[in-house]
Design a protein. Sequence first.
Length: 167
Amino acid sequence: MKIRVGALVFCGNEVALLRRDRPNNIQLFTTIGGNVSAGEPLDAALSRELEEELALAPSVGTEPELLWLMDVRVTRPGNTPSPRKLHLIYRLHVSADVRRALATHEFDELAEGGHEIGHVQWIDYRQAANLPLFPPIGAALARLASPTARPSTVELPAVTDKEYSWI
């Protein structure tokens, strides 16, 4: 099983997500984050991903707190086998001054060369339920009573091909 750390970086009521534009005006959103390398501590992986994708240095925001766990077993397009992946979703908060200094784009290396651009988009977290967001945490995010509210449960329902399909 692979492990992926994801971050919900809040500034007030807005949360940073990566938007990836696809053909036919399709937009996909993901949390800030990525896979944990073999032997890498979870906190180090989260710090690395925040630095790589947002240029957010450790200790600039609040201490990350584990918000949710999600077991994802979905088939994805492409040649690589679809791994079962445990998503660990953390939450942290930044000030408006810090937000202004963060990256606005993220560049993912593609296997065939080149890069895919992810646009950092700040949205009101209460609007997340209607977004094509992966991992599919939009409804749980939108249900939070406030950006600092504790969720009712840490473990979100598992996601399989019955509940989710790639666009």
